[in-house]
Design a binder for this molecule. Structure first.
Ligand SMILES: Nc1ncnc2c1ncn2[C@@H]1O[C@H](COP(=O)(O)OP(=O)(O)OP(=O)(O)O)[C@@H](O)[C@H]1O
Length: 397
């Protein structure tokens, strides 16, 4: 191990390294100056790090580290002291790994080590990565497959304020994965129809967008593209969901913007525009005269993008009342999603392990169940984009 370069006060000690298979497939991460320990880290990060199962990679797990927030973010309150560098705890230590250092102030047992390396991500995006970088690596392959007739799924998950909504939707000046996807779809479709003289299957696209605000007895699902009343979940499908044909990027983007205006958000101490619901957008390819030439009907591929509300710690958000009830629902989804991933991964290693046991415990999991199970059984593409902030703690317990 290299001698430590920073943290002069800490005695040199090895960094804990967590790898998921294969151990030999990754270059060793850069060792960091730290004391060995097992920091408290949520199971979700474990799941994410272990979700890359080569070969073939069925579920790809990417990690994007958000830049530190500028001062003044979060709910308006008394000016805070500048953040200590000690709180910058998550750094990309390689193309596929991150090193998590527990700040001294948060160490339960200061004698134990404080840095752990998590390896095995499909890619790690550092805080200075751009929306285009993320799109190129994460979304572009899914869009290509979608245009080739295969369905795909991208789920953005991570703690509150870590940048999921920013990554998925972005801003008009800095568009995120969804607007970039729409642009790519229409650009590719326009190009493929140029100079074509024979009758081709006509492909058009429709878009739906809904949010899940709560589940169980007080289940609430709202269609973000219509003023209609609440939707209901029946046998893993959303009944009455409006699908709108989109004919151009401009059409699609203005539809999404209208939907986003209706999405439920609220200020918390952790994020001044925190999503209070899980938002699911689907783009469906419709082949209108698919069997004209070949007699074959092309599959109607569906590309699904889910922006989950971020897991929250009550202590950090200061949530009370309605916000706290929302937190319970949001945290339940995060926990169940993690358990579902774990069971998928265990099943991949050992086919005798039960696969479906956790999915029924969360509506988002139930909705993605069919898709995720197919991934495991048939090795199709899907991506999980795990967002993380550089502040400690990255995940709730
Ligand atoms: N990569 C980034 N670059 C610049 N700003 C970012 C980045 N990621 C996030 N932010 C900013 O951080 C803040 C929180 O991000 P965002 O609302 O996307 O978090 P979130 O994970 O969706 O949170 P929640 O789960 O509470 O909805 C926003 O002001 C957003 O603009």
């Amino acid at each position: 191990m290299d001698p430590p370069t920073g943290a002069a006060a800490s005695p040199p000690a090895p960094t804990t390294l967590r790898r998921n298979p294969p151990r030999s497939a990754r270059p060793p991460p850069t060792p960091l100056p730290c004391v060995k320990s097992k920091p408290a880290l949520s199971r979700l990060l474990d799941d994410a790090a272990s979700a890359t199962i080569p070969p073939p990679e069925r579920l790809k797990v990417f990690l994007r580290i958000r830049p530190l927030p500028e001062r003044g973010c979060g709910k308006a309150k008394a000016p805070r002291k500048p953040k200590k560098p000690d709180l910058v705890c998550l750094v990309a230590s390689g193309a596929n790994s991150v090193a998590l250092t527990v700040p001294h102030s948060k160490l339960v047992d200061p004698k134990r080590g404080r840095t752990e390396v998590f390896d095995g991500f499909s890619a790690v995006f550092s805080p200075d990565s751009s929306q285009h970088d993320v799109f190129t690596q994460v979304m572009n392959p899914l869009v290509d497959e979608f245009l080739g007739g295969k369905s795909g799924l991208l789920v953005a998950l991570g703690p509150t304020g870590s940048g999921k909504t920013h990554t998925v939707f972005g801003t008009p000046r800095n568009p995120g994965l969804l607007p970039l996807t729409l642009r790519q779809i229409f650009t590719a479709t326009d190009e493929s129809s140029k100079g074509v003289t024979v009758i081709q299957p006509t492909r058009s696209f429709c878009l739906s967008m809904f949010e899940i605000l709560s589940e169980g007895k007080g289940e609430r699902i709202l269609d973000l593209l219509s003023d209609a009343s609440d939707l209901v979940l029946q046998q893993s499908t959303i009944k009455g969901l409006k699908e709108v044909f989109i004919e151009s990027v401009a059409d699609a983007e203005s539809l999404v913007s209208c939907g986003m205006l209706k999405r439920s958000t609220a200020a918390t101490n952790a994020n001044n525009k925190s999503s209070r619901s899980h938002c699911i957008i689907t783009i469906r390819a419709v082949h209108e005269n698919a069997d004209v030439e070949s007699g074959k009907s092309l599959s109607n591929a569906v590309l699904t993008i889910a922006d989950l509300a971020g897991a929250e710690r009550e202590r950090r958000t200061g949530n009370q009342g309605t916000r706290l009830l929302e937190s319970n629902f949001i945290n339940n989804t995060s926990m169940v999603f993690g358990l579902c991933l774990r069971s998928l991964l265990e099943h991949q290693k050992n086919k005798k392990k039960p696969l479906e046991k956790h999915f029924k415990n969360s509506m988002v999991c139930l909705l993605t169940q069919h898709f995720l199970l197919r991934q495991v059984k048939h090795g199709l593409e899907s991506c999980l984009l795990v967002e993380n902030s550089k502040q400690y703690p990255p995940f709730p317990p």
